[in-house]
Design a binder for this molecule. Structure first.
Ligand code: SAH
Ligand code: SF4
Length: 394
């Protein structure tokens, strides 16, 4: 073919295997996925189970990123792995530290997109709030993430990668050859899927990543230390119990369908009754104790005594804790935070009805790391204030 030969569409669509075709990333593969990948790369069937275990331990128990450091594998095998695989994480672009110790990481994923990850230290635990999507297809009217137009699901590797990056930053990988660190208190002891995105719209990747987080021979967090928050994707709730088994939080936020339709528009598809039916089944299916109801306190919208009483009535029979979240404002947000005395009065009604009703102290507000404020600054295309207000029915 000469230089002037026109390149036709056909030529362009012929699949080519480029010599520098991308290496397979180990991070995010389930045990079965890793097994298949090693087999495909020529690891003998007889050895593969042992190799999966060894590599898994290096990557997820000790945080090693270099195949050459995997000293219980032969040098030749290490070189072979290095040739065909990589251990790649998303990249931390910036890190902000709040006056209260909260850390917010801006993380770059493939394609140049960015997500935010927040680490919240407390006296008895350290919680990492991770993202499951860039943006969110849902448009809850009080949520900053919901104003972001661009959406893509994160891969399992990008989801578990956020946990691994935070452990790097906290310098919390046990020394190679030692245990999982279960003996002492952990800096990163809990995961909440409460960052950007709706985790149940990215079910398979979230499940695979959380399976990795829970695997006893790696990061080894118990399923009771992982909480998945959903806006109420009813068809996936039973599946979450059966296939992940973690704790569940639900963004409830309103006590009538009329108000919830405006705040959490997925309510138009799965209304309060349908949602509560699914939630009633969750503790049994997942063998967990109680469900967290998240309730954002919006001045004069959902914060009356009548709301508190309706809420208690609605959730009757469901083992529950109600987490009251003072609304965190963001530029252009169409709501105001309820007054503190109102939040306390609301909490009191719920508490007297027999439910724990903690008020979530906003953390990391000075670095826009609080609930619902996450939205990477680089994603410039956003909805206008008018559009936000119109969608909220204001
Ligand atoms: N998409 C999932 C998980 C991410 S949101 C969900 O909606 O549950 C995590 C929590 O922060 C949710 O309860 C959400 O409703 C709440 N939230 C969103 N925006 C907020 C804001 N501006 N102030 C306070 N909480 C907010
Ligand atoms: Fe999406 Fe959750 Fe924000 Fe709603 S509250 S827009 S579901 S991230």
């Amino acid at each position: 073919m000469t230089a002037d030969t026109p390149i036709t569409q056909d030529v362009l669509t012929i699949p080519r295997k480029l010599p520098d075709a991308k290496k397979v990333n180990i991070v995010g593969l389930t045990r079965d996925g890793l097994r298949d990948a090693l087999l495909a790369a020529g690891t003998p069937e007889k050895q593969v189970k042992m190799r999966v275990g060894q590599i898994w331990q290096w990557v997820y128990q000790w945080g090693v990123r270099d195949f050459h450091a995997m000293t219980n594998l032969s040098k030749a095998y290490r070189a072979e792995l290095d040739d065909k695989f990589e251990i790649a994480l998303p990249e931390i672009v910036s890190k902000q530290l709040s006056a209260d110790g909260t850390r917010k990481y801006l993380v770059k994923i493939a394609g140049g997109h960015e997500v935010e990850v927040v680490y919240i230290p407390e006296t008895d635990r350290g919680t990492l709030c991770i993202s499951s999507q860039v943006g969110c297809t849902l448009t809850c009217s009080f949520c900053h993430t919901g104003t972001q137009k661009l959406v893509r699901n994160l891969t399992a590797g990008e989801i578990i990668g956020q946990v691994m990056l935070a452990r790097d930053d906290l310098d919390e990988w046990p020394e190679p050859g030692t245990g999982t660190g279960e003996n002492g208190p952990r800096l990163l002891s809990n995961i909440v899927l409460m960052g950007m995105g709706e985790p149940l719209y990215n079910f398979d990747n979230v499940r695979d990543a959380m399976k990795i987080a829970m695997d006893g021979e790696g990061i080894a967090l118990s399923r009771r230390r992982i909480t998945l928050s959903t806006s109420g994707v009813v068809p996936e709730i039973a599946k979450t119990a059966e296939e992940i088994g973690c704790l569940l939080a639900v963004s409830f936020h309103a006590t009538t369908d009329e108000v919830r339709d405006k705040l959490v528009p997925i309510n138009k598809r799965f209304n309060i009754t349908t949602l509560l039916d699914a939630l009633r089944e969750y503790p049994r299916l997942s063998n967990s104790e109680r469900i967290t109801f998240e309730y954002v306190m919006l001045k004069d919208v959902n914060d009356s005594d009548a709301d508190a009483r309706r809420l208690v009535k609605l959730i009757q029979g469901i083992p529950a804790k109600i987490n009251l979240i003072p609304f965190n404002e963001w530029p252009g947000s169409p709501y105001q935070r309820s007054d503190w005395s109102r939040i306390e009065a609301f909490a009191d009604i719920i508490y007297k009805a027999g439910y724990a009703s903690p008020i979530r102290t906003p953390r990391g507000e000075d670095i826009m790391a609080a609930c619902g404020q996450l939205k990477s600054a680089t994603e410039r295309e956003r909805k206008s204030r008018a559009q936000i207000e119109a969608e909220a029915g204001l």
